[in-house]
Write a protein that binds this ligand. Sequence first.
Ligand code: ADP
Ligand code: TZD
Ligand code: MG
Length: 584
Amino acid sequence: MDTSNSAASANKATLQTPKYPNQVTGMYILARALRMVGITNMYGLVGIPVTDFAYIAQEQGIRFAGFHHEQNAGMAAATHGYLTKTPGVLLTVSSLGFLNGLTATANATVNCYPMIQISGSSEREPIDLGQGTYEGLDQLSIAKPLVKAAYRVNKPEDIPTAVVRAYRAAISGRPGGVYLDITTPCLGAIMNMADAEKLFYKPVDLVPAMVPSEESVKRAVELISSAKKPVFLIGKGAAYAQVENKVKQLVESTGIPFYPMSMAKGLMPDNHPLSAISCRSTIMQQADVVVLIGARLNWLLSRGHGKWNSDTKFVQLDIDPQEIDINRPIAAPVIGDLDSSLTAILSQLGNHKTSMDPAWVTQLQAETKVKKAKLDERLQQNASTQPMNHWTALSAIKPVLESNPDVILVNEGANTLDDTRDAVNMSQPRHRIDCATWAIMGMGMGSCIGAAMATGKSVVAVEGDSAFGFSGMEFSTICRFKLPVTVVIFNNGGIYNGIGVNMSNDGDPAPTTLDVNARFDKIGDAFGAQTYYVTNPADLKNALSEAIASKKPCLIDVQLAADSGKESGHIGYLNPASLQNITV
Ligand code: ADP
Ligand code: TZD
Ligand code: MG
């Protein structure tokens, strides 16, 4: 007899035929409240005190994805939020489970992704008195500085209000991570069902439009119209806001070139005639007016300094007034949601003539042509190198991904990130998800799962071997949920590469060294996936095409040379300089 199965069905029966039909718990109220605001998915890892809640949520129609580690579940929730414009939900247990998940909630906050982390917490009194209770931790205080908003719920009557507040906080204004702390006594508290029913309500206008002032729009339109060398600089805020149609109209009606940040690639096709994606330095040095559309002038844009021309004037379209003037004076801030701001700008621009110098566009187009030829040559030159390097592998991957534009690309690593971003053209909005603002590793498998579940689309992850290690165990989750996800691992045997030299000669691996002979494909075998181990570009191309077409979990271990890749990829200059001779 299969005892585990009968135990599972007995458990289910108990849940579906409550012992006390007229009474409900805080757990039930929480599941219902989440459904009332439209939550359909939850990502997490259960245990005391949230196991039964996850079962009840499933029963209430919320798809629950159970993970091996909370950080990965949190990355999935954050990606779900980014792709759907509704908060992704993460469920964690108390203490370490909460802390593991909080890393992802903090990362979501930094990236402006809407998500809600719901964590069970121990009863208050022994925590407040430091009496050593089970998984006791003052979670609310720890979460507060790292998230957009944090609330604790002590009474079941307060749950619906708390859920609506968390939802509004995650999504309104600049999106971010919200923490909802629900105590064990609250989850287990019993209420009369009729009284509980009265608590639920459908909130009105959950995502209110925020319309910019007429004056700010006028100022921006005048500046754009007066520019000789203008550029639209598009960030992931625009991808999140789903304003691709308005951006297209803006670019095409004015003829002004655009430059996308990494996750805004594809909002306008990278190979559009007005794409200036290869002309970053020229834009920084020569553009006279740059219009930031849902992009921050943060470290990814040298904080407005470095190569930037000190005379460049900025227009900035953002929802957050506190984003203005933080690194450079902003000549024309337009504060509002992007949809409203772009609508207003488009309607006024029609009445203005632009002053753009036509030579500006031809100059950028000529530079784009030269840069494209250089990239093609680089791919060509490396196309048959043995053992493969990053560019050999990308010469095989690029045509496959570009001919499957509807596949979502997840990408992390150092060289694996930089080279894939530069090599693979995107042509659809929100089809590139990467390490983003904090440049963190560990978003890979969670983002694949969140992207596949939120959209139903196929996903390909291109992962460095180090990057994959942060969340690799979740390949098992991809398999359990039978998701159409292909994970491609670039194995060069280390962080940046596999040739680091240990300066003590004690026989231990160097700090950046992993294992160039590791067979990652066998991890896929363990979970029943289709797997491939490839050592040449022809096999890689076939494997990737077959894997995408299968719409099943697949893992491709790509053997690279240990000396492929340089320290920190493109951002080695951020390292403090050492006076010693170090081989990485
Ligand atoms: P990137 O990394 O692509 O440059 P950032 O994450 O730095 O993008 O910037 C995104 C910006 O978009 C943030 O400043 C955020 O406040 C803004 N933003 C997010 N959603 C909206 C929206 N709906 N309307 C206007 N601005 C938004
Ligand atoms: N830890 C976390 C959470 N984020 C980080 N960014 C790092 C450590 C440091 N780091 C990078 O910035 S890139 C990287 C690490 C560990 C991995 C690079 O190696 P890889 O890719 O194998 O993923 P390449 O192709 O070998 O460069
Ligand atoms: Mg590596």
